[in-house]
Design a protein around this ligand. Sequence first.
Ligand SMILES: [Zn+2]
Length: 261
Amino acid sequence: MMLSSSKYGDITINRGVCSLLGYKIIIYLYLVDGLLIDCGASQLKRESSKFFQENNIGQVALSHVHEDHSGMAAWLQQNKNIPVYLHEMAIPQARKKGKYPLYRRVMWGNRPAFNPQPIPDILKTAQYTFEIIESPGHTEYHKVFYEKQQGWLFTGDLYVGAKQLVAFKDENMKDSIASLHKLLQLDFQTVFCAHAGVVDNGKAALQKKLEYLLDLQIKVESLRQQGMTNREIDQKLFPVIPLITRVSHGEWSSYNIISTI
Ligand SMILES: [Zn+2]
């Protein structure tokens, strides 16, 4: 675990690293004019609580409830007494302690129960106005944060990378495709991804991901028409089973892509 802070214009970026069996996953938190976007895993508690103490945070907005984005929400509520906003439909889940398999508890730590408020359609800071946009795909209840004047889009886990090889069990690729289509109508340049960091040419990156998924969708559709099952298509298009699929007992797999695209 390591963590460090840097600046991108007015945005303070906090970078933490969680690891499991050689996998290293970076978690980026963005603090914009007092608004903290996602709050990271409790595994990074020691370092991130220091960051939270040292900086002025007035409100917290979560893209979704997964434990690597919401693990420190309870801490923030208890220690800073500030509002935490989350997709309304994910609130019942947030109010219960996160229950998930051992490999995720080792990687991210526990996700204590917290008590968020429904995220509004618009969030304001002293200087900026964020439109909060429904963007299912990575998970059903997912929001992205759009600052039109600045051309910023904070994408939670909707992007992560252009070439997606495995999907989480909550993901629905048809929804991801629809969300990418919708977001690409907006006027933005910079993408702030929770795991890939700042993507300067963000619109092109999202476009690339959309094209990759549309291309995959055409391939899958044509194999289905030939009578192949999703399992057979998965084995044909993704013949190598990655370690994460074994470790996660299939929570992360290429099959989750094929079966929902
Ligand atoms: Zn997630």
